[in-house]
Structures are given as structure tokens and as C-alpha cells.
Design a binder for this molecule. Structure first.
Ligand SMILES: [Fe+2]
Length: 382
């Protein structure tokens, strides 16, 4: 058995209405003033009014709700300095991945000063931030369990992640009832991101026997429940399973990493505003197709786990069928193609160069990939 390291940092509280346990956490960590970072959409809901009311009974707080789409470094700076100027000693993030990433970035700005850009890269954060309580309202990014926060450098039209152990949240509250109001398109894009986290971490070069069990289960749960949550957003059982599945996929991602799908998708978001989960979902079957020579056995095993009727197929047959099955699966969510985002095909070469610079997922990819291979993948997803 190969050597491996495994970490699952946050204390996790899962279940309907688990969000009501925030006051107990606040009392436990003895903070005096809280920065609440919240999704614009969620900030207007009755649920948020209730959350503010229960928090207000135990501690002072300020609210930052200026997050428009995927956060820029400037948004992260503004949020961090808002918390710092208000003397906040704890951050609660309530929302999708963009909100949670902003909250994680703010927590390190409060203690370290500086700017988000100073910390983009690997291990550039000098000291821990203030404690972070993460409350996802989407089932997708897994930000509540990862050590990463991604911000767009607007001037360069590039995304960059802060990767640091100090970004691991201390608490994750997984309350499925908060995801019930998600519209179908966000359910699909965030859910497809989670599916990619599960599949990519399962197939990653860094996968180990522990992450494989977690990632495989994440994929099984998401594969079964995402179409249900998409077609009936009020199906609480499907929402519960999706939040659980995306959490598992996040643990897989945090420990085994993602692969070329994420690297190839990153520049599409930075330059052309393609939503993270849509970009990943679109590219997934073509990257798997490219990887097939190296993943036949493993993808075949996963395929047979997902499709009982394929039990008599060889791993190789099942792996080839699985790529087509994923293309059919994506049809359900009516996601746009690359050409629908106004991306000129002449830009593929430059996009591929940028994708190769997102080096950690590229290194985790089970098959070595060149610039020309990436251009070909963009073409297929066009
Ligand atoms: Fe992702």
C-alpha cells in the first residue's frame, strides 16, 4: 500500500436545521464580534433573518453582502478590511463557493493584513486567520472542507487560488434545508462541479485507498441525486443527499486533488466568465476520453458501480461506455456548449497555455497532457 496523508479539518455538523447550532459554536470559541459574509440572494431570505436574529442574541456582528458572481481579489480585500476595521474575531460564510471563498480570504486578511493577491499561490499565508464557520447553501464547491479560496485577478483576467493550511475552516454546518431554494441552473452547475471533484479525485494520481472510498461514494450519491434535485428542487431527500455527496467530494478534493478538467476549465472562467461548474461539466467527458488509456480499469470499475446492468462487461468496455454515458447525463441539465459563451476558437491556443500553468491539477492528471491535447479537448467541447 502506498504512503499517504489524510486530513479532514472542520468539525462537521450535519442535518436539517443544524444552522441553529451557530450560537453554541460562538459560545464555544468565545468570539466577540462576527463578520457574516453572505450571498446577495440568501441575504434577502427569511432564513437569513432568522440566522441573524439567533446570532444577535449571543454576539455583535456586521454583514458583508457585496459578492457578485465569482469573487475578484478586490472583493476579497474589501471584505477582509471591512472585518478588520470592525474588529471582527470570527468569520461566518453563508452561501455558495464564491461566498465561502471570500469569507476564507477575509479571515486571513483580518489577521495578516496585506491583500488577497499577496497570498495567491501555495503556502504564502504567514499566520492563521480568525476562526471560520462555513455554511454552504449550494451543494457543490466543497469549499467548506478545503484549504483553497479562488479569486479572479480582474486586470489579468485570470483566476488564482490561495492554498494554505490556514484556510481549512474550523466548522462546517451542513444544513440541507438551506439548499431548497436553489434554482435549477445553479443546482446543475454546482452539482456538476461536485461530480467533477468526486470523479477527478477518484482518478487522481494522488488518490489513496481512503480517498478512493470517499470519492467513489461521492460520485455514486451525486450521480443518483443530482437529476432529482435539478428537476424537483423541493425534494428534501435529494437535497440532503446532494449536500452529503458534495461534502464527501470536497474531502476527496482536499486530499487527492483534482485533475486536468479543473486546469482546463480555469482560464474559461477567468477570461470568458464561464461558470466554474459548467466549464468543468462540459469538459469532463472529453478529458476522461483523453485519459482512457491510463484509466480503463479504474473508470471501468466506477462505471460498473454506477450501472449494475454493466456487471458482465470488461473494465475496458465499461470505461468506454461510461464516457458516452456522461455525455448523456449532461444532456439532462441543458448546459451550454463552449461556443455559446462567445469564445473564439482562435483563443484555444492561449487558453491551453494558461491551463498548463494551473499546474497542480495537471500534475495529478493520470495521463500526461500537452498544449495540443488541451486545444483538441476545447475543440471537442465547442
Ligand atoms: Fe471545482
Amino acid at each position: 500500500m502506498k504512503r499517504f496523508k489524510f486530513l479532514c479539518k472542520p468539525e462537521v455538523i450535519y442535518g436539517v436545521d443544524s444552522v441553529l447550532s451557530i450560537p453554541d459554536i460562538i459560545k464555544k470559541i468565545k468570539c466577540r464580534k462576527i463578520l457574516i459574509v453572505v450571498d446577495k440572494f440568501f441575504s434577502k431570505t427569511d432564513k437569513f433573518a432568522k440566522i441573524k436574529s439567533i446570532i444577535g442574541k449571543v454576539v455583535d456582528f456586521v454583514v458583508f453582502d457585496k459578492i457578485e458572481g465569482e469573487p475578484t481579489t478586490e472583493t476579497g480585500d474589501e471584505c477582509g478590511y471591512f472585518g478588520k476595521e470592525n474588529g471582527c474575531d470570527c468569520v461566518i460564510g453563508i452561501g455558495g463557493g464564491s461566498t465561502l471563498d471570500t469569507a476564507k480570504g477575509a479571515s486571513i486578511i483580518i489577521t495578516n493584513g496585506g491583500r488577497i493577491r499577496d497570498y495567491q499561490g501555495i503556502d504564502k499565508v504567514p499566520s492563521p486567520g480568525v476562526p471560520k464557520i462555513m455554511v454552504p447553501t449550494t451543494a457543490g464547491t466543497g469549499s467548506e472542507v478545503t484549504f483553497t479560496a479562488v479569486f479572479i485577478r480582474k486586470d489579468e483576467k485570470k483566476k488564482g487560488g490561495i492554498n494554505s493550511v490556514y484556510l481549512y475552516p474550523e466548522f462546517a454546518i451542513l444544513d440541507p434545508s438551506l439548499t431548497l431554494t436553489l434554482p435549477p441552473d445553479i443546482t446543475a452547475s454546482t452539482g456538476l462541479d461536485a461530480l467533477c471533484h468526486g470523479m477527478e479525485s477518484f482518478l487522481s494520481r494522488k488518490a489513496n485507498f481512503l480517498t478512493e472510498i470517499i470519492s467513489l461514494n461521492a460520485v455514486k450519491i451525486i450521480w443518483k441525486n443530482l437529476p432529482v434535485a435539478y428537476s424537483n428542487g423541493n425534494d428534501l431527500k435529494a437535497r440532503e443527499n446532494m449536500l452529503y455527496g458534495s461534502f464527501l467530494a470536497g474531502i476527496g478534493l482536499a486530499n487527492a486533488g483534482v485533475t486536468a478538467v479543473h486546469s482546463i476549465s480555469y482560464p474559461l472562467g477567468g477570461k470568458f466568465g464561464v461558470p466554474h461548474g459548467i466549464g468543468n461539466g462540459l469538459l469532463l467527458p472529453y478529458v476522461l476520453e483523453f485519459n482512457l488509456p491510463e484509466i480503463k480499469e479504474k473508470l471501468g470499475f466506477l462505471a460498473k458501480e454506477l450501472n449494475e446492468e454493466w456487471k458482465d462487461l470488461s473494465f475496458e468496455e465499461a470505461s468506454v461506455k461510461m464516457v458516452e454515458e456522461i455525455k448523456n447525463f449532461l444532456e439532462v441539465f441543458k448546459i451550454p456548449r463552449l461556443r455559446d459563451f462567445g469564445i473564439p476558437s482562435e483563443s484555444f491556443s492561449e487558453l491551453a497555455e494558461d491551463a498548463l500553468k494551473v499546474s497542480v491539477p495537471i500534475e495529478n492528471n493520470p495521463r500526461s497532457i500537452s498544449k495540443q491535447d488541451i486545444v483538441e479537448i476545447y475543440r471537442k467541447a465547442y
